[in-house]
Design a binder for this molecule. Sequence first.
Ligand code: HEM
Length: 191
Amino acid sequence: MSEQNFGLYLREVHAVISVSEGDFALLKKHTDFFTSNLEGFVKHFYDTIYDNEGPREIFREGERPAVEDTLRKWVLSLVEGHDDDEFWKKQYLIGLAHIRREVPNRYMLTMASRSREFFLQAMVSELGADEGVRLFLAFQHVVDATVALTTTLVDEGRKKGLLQATGWTPPLMRNMLKTVYADIARKIEAA
Ligand code: HEM
């Protein structure tokens, strides 16, 4: 289940994305860069969401300032972070807020891509190509590992919810889903 598997997921993410304490040291060294670009980034992120119908519909009337603040705090938490369980557990748990609000993983992935692009441009233009790309890679490692863990908790939470709601065993659920997947594939191919 999701709680016990956190360690396994963290090891898997580390094995593929070479995130390390060195990345956090570089982010920390450039704290001024992140604080001076914070408002521009938060505006860019939420303008993108509110300009797009699907993502916009996730949010409640008047909620934008509060969710902007969670994003601001998240960026600042990266420059204070370390490559340890405490930091990664917090990233994993971001998934819970997103499950509650039914944020599809594709919105998380597309906004992570948009965020990387924003920072790559700002990093290269302000710090030059060498240091800009070095900082970008550190940032990318941390963001990609975060998104991998967050979307994993969303997947796990939904799977666990489905098992509890139906009372099915995992093998039974896998069999039922095989039929569902085959039906989806048929309909997409026929469309
Ligand atoms: C790189 C992508 C993203 C990151 C890093 C991120 C990060 C966060 C963080 C740190 C929180 C606060 C979690 C908490 O209080 O426990 C949060 C909350 C939230 N996020 Fe995201 N988020 C991302 C993408 C998105 C997208 C694409 C949407 C919707 C289209 C979204 C919708 C929300 C909502 C609605 C909340 C508030 C949940 C609540 O308190 O009820 N997020 N996000």
